[in-house]
Design a protein around this ligand. Structure first.
Ligand code: 3PG
Length: 406
């Protein structure tokens, strides 16, 4: 079980609180509009609990170099929409502008700092005690009495704002963190069998170790694969040797990793039997064995939808993370949406994770038919795979260090 303090253990009245949330959201590539605001909406329960505190929100959006690496102005407007109180954005993180804005806060007010990953210290990977020595933590910490960590979706990351404030002040879990961990506990301890994992998305390097681990430890009985992970497994099975030769070294490594998994756990892994290609703007389905070029595959095919649906219907537990295809593209959302619908009607304990899948479930109006919709993608999978999550470790360490203060 988890061992950390929560908001119920502390008095936040008139305290200045650093609230770390994960509001990293899918953005439209052209307009940069927020496509799904579920993670932002999920901050509401904690903000309500902090209504007598002066709250400074720290969060990230994407990573440097990516198209969706933006400031948090639009996110702030959405927080304001859901929150019954004054919410301001400051285009600064730890500079004079941010410091003045923090000092000017009154109880009940909320200040959102800029995208923390715009600060070099937030992009360092080091143990919390080292990160506590960074300029970011040293500059901001004197302004805060307490850190509330509600960034469940980033709990598998160990950056300064996520783990290091607990070294220098009390750190407790927020409401969302508590809710997520208690719902996911049911899947961690004795999940109803068989357990089926439906995995897609683009973060192949993150997902392969998780697949390996849940199979090695017999946490998952069947893994159904779509999204970009499918490419690695497909090539690993010996398909398209010419295309493999053209891959970048890091992608070759992923294919080899997928190959090693396939070799050990072939009977637990279900790959698509057909896929949908985008040919001159239209959806055309072909058998996986007929694929000659992986770059124009945008969805799983309907035979695969039928095959995967059977596993989902017969499962005791279903965990889904990451879209099966490029659902943003017209006509290529079929596989992902159809399998979400099947999940919503299934009898097992159904958990949907990750920004995209949660957003789609709510768009389809079936989110309340799932047993749990998690704001976490990688964090949820790492937790279910039995990994130690840096944020949870940091909160446990903070409890030992600080007890119930302030
Ligand atoms: C997520 O969306 O999974 C979290 O916000 C972490 O983002 P990252 O994968 O860019 O670290």
């Amino acid at each position: 079980m988890f061992d950390f303090l929560t908001l119920d253990d502390v008095d936040v009245k008139e305290k200045t609180v650093f609230l770390r949330v994960d509001i990293n959201s899918p953005l439209d590539p052209a307009s940069k509009r927020i496509l799904d605001d579920s993670r932002i909406k999920a901050t509401e329960a904690t903000l309500k609990d902090l209504k007598e505190a002066k709250t400074v929100i720290g969060a990230h959006q994407s990573r440097p170099g990516k198209y969706d690496f933006t400031n948090l102005e639009a996110h702030t407007r959405v927080i304001q929409m859901y929150h019954n109180g004054k919410v301001k954005f400051v285009e600064d993180i730890d500079g004079q502008k941010a410091q003045n804005a923090i000092k000017a806060l009154k109880p009940g007010e909320v200040l959102v700092l800029n995208n923390l990953r715009m600060h070099k210290d937030e992009n360092l990977d080091a143990p919390p005690e080292k990160l506590a020595e960074t300029g970011l933590v040293k500059t901001l910490a004197p302004f805060f009495d307490l850190c509330v960590n509600d960034a469940f979706a980033a709990a598998h990351r160990g950056s300064a704002s996520l783990t290091a404030f607990g070294e220098v002040m009390p750190m407790v879990a927020g409401k969302l963190m508590e809710k997520e961990l208690s719902a996911l506990n049911k899947v961690i301890y004795n999940p109803p069998r068989p357990t089926v994992y439906l995995l897609g998305g683009a973060k192949v390097d993150d997902r392969l170790p998780v697949i390996n681990r849940v199979l090695k430890d017999k946490i998952a009985d069947h893994i159904l694969i779509g999204g970009l992970i499918r490419d690695s497994f497909h090539m690993a099975s010996g398909a398209m040797p010419d295309r493999f030769a053209m891959l970048k070294e890091e992608d070759k490594k992923l294919v080899n990793e997928a190959g090693a998994i396939l070799k050990k756990y072939k009977k637990n892994i279900e790959l698509p039997i057909d896929v949908a290609l985008d040919t001159k703007g239209g959806r055309i389905e072909v058998l996986t064995s007929q694929i000659t070029d992986e770059t124009n595959i945008y969805d799983i095919g309907l035979n695969t939808v039928a095959k995967f649906s059977k596993f989902i219907r017969e499962a005791g537990t279903v965990v889904a993370e990451g879209p099966l295809g490029m659902f943003e593209r017209r006509g290529f959302d079929v596989g992902t949406k159809e399998l979400l619908r099947v999940m919503s009607e299934a009898n097992g304990y159904t958990v949907v994770g990750g920004g995209h899948m949660g957003g789609l479930a709510s768009m389809l109006g079936i989110d309340d038919k799932m047993k749990h919709v998690s704001t976490g993608g990688g964090a949820m999978l790492s937790l279910l795979a039995g990994e130690e999550l840096p944020v949870i470790e940091a909160m446990a360490k903070a409890k030992k260090k600080w007890g119930k203060t302030p």
